[in-house]
Design a protein around this ligand. Structure first.
Ligand code: CP
Length: 309
């Protein structure tokens, strides 16, 4: 694995290896890398969870974190994303973490740079590191993927989380279902749409999505369409879920919109556990990339392997 930009190019074996590595790290921690490594976190869009969990992951690995703020960078002088990334590569960054509004940009950069590129969210394209932490969270409850019924619910059309997860869950042998407003259905994902009221009853994993207001061309009134009652997870719907079923949401959560606020921290919610797993998932990705990219100390990787299991 030279880059981590999409779940489309990942085999079942590759995904399982990363899930197990991340799960091991979440239980046993990880040793810092030997030597000096620099990580460039290029966030052109706002982020709390993804950005900060990358910073924690990088610092746990002993990496130097090269911060970047668009409004204080040469982006304000018109520098392109390519030249910005190339600059970080030239001054010694060992990997680039990129969040950007342009779909497919991480893949394009990966083809042009000699250091690993990690996609931390590209427009409505993909969010593969979020996907990995979601998979780790599912694995911790079920210890397998084959045959699990996973429902992805909400703003499918504008969600990069939905895309990465639907692809990866299908690769892993899950039965993927989608549910949500007709206007937000996405023909690019070849999975069946079912009614919300059926979805809550069949799901082993119920994955809610944030409404992506910032990507909507038309303004949308939540009150007019009574979103929670018609399309969200209400207390009444949660009561009809299977006993063992779990709730995921990538967050930030629109409380009282996608989900009743009282369910955000309920017994079957894994929302904050997902965030916790985000650090281990990102450590697993970084260590994999640095090892196989040729600039990771092999002896230290073996130490990590021993710890990871
Ligand atoms: N889940 C997610 O990507 O959150 P942030 O936008 O806060 O990084």
């Amino acid at each position: 694995m030279k880059h981590f930009v999409s779940m489309k190019d990942k085999s079942e074996t590759e995904i399982i290896q990363l899930v197990k590595r991340a799960n091991g790290i979440s239980q046993r921690g990880v040793e810092p890398l030997n030597g000096q490594f620099f990580a460039a976190n290029l966030f052109f869009e706002p982020s709390t969870r993804t950005k900060m969990s990358f910073v924690v992951a990088e610092r746990r690995l002993g990496m130097e974190v090269l911060d970047f703020m668009t409004d204080q960078s040469s982006v304000t002088k018109g520098e392109s994303i390519y030249d910005t990334a190339k600059t970080y590569e030239s001054i010694g960054a060992n990997l680039i973490v990129l969040r950007h509004h342009q779909e497919n940009i991480a893949k394009q950069l990966a083809e042009s740079l000699s250091i690993p590129v990690i996609n931390a969210g590209d427009g409505t394209g993909e969010h593969p590191t979020q996907c990995l932490l979601d998979l780790v969270t599912i694995y911790q409850d079920f210890q397998h993927f084959h045959g699990l019924k996973v429902v992805i619910a909400g703003d499918i059309k504008h969600s990069r989380v939905a895309r990465s997860n639907a692809i990866a869950l299908s690769t892993l042998g899950c039965d993927v279902y989608l549910t949500g407003m007709k206007e937000w259905q996405d023909d690019r994902l070849p999975f069946p749409y079912i009614a919300m009221d059926d979805a809550v009853e069949i799901a082993d994993v119920f994955m809610l999505l944030r409404i992506q207001h910032e990507r909507h061309l038309d303004q949308f009134s939540l009150t007019e369409c009574n979103y929670l009652d018609n399309y969200g997870l209400t207390l009444e719907r949660e009561a009809r879920m299977q006993k063992h079923a779990i709730i995921l949401h990538p967050a930030p959560v629109n409380r009282g919109v996608e989900i009743d606020s009282r369910l955000v921290e309920c017994q079957r919610s894994r929302i904050f556990k997902q965030m916790k797993n985000g650090v281990a998932a990102r450590i697993a990705i970084i260590t994999s990339l640095l090892n196989q990219g040729g600039n990771y100390n092999d002896e230290n990787f073996n130490q990590c392997q021993a710890i990871i299991g």
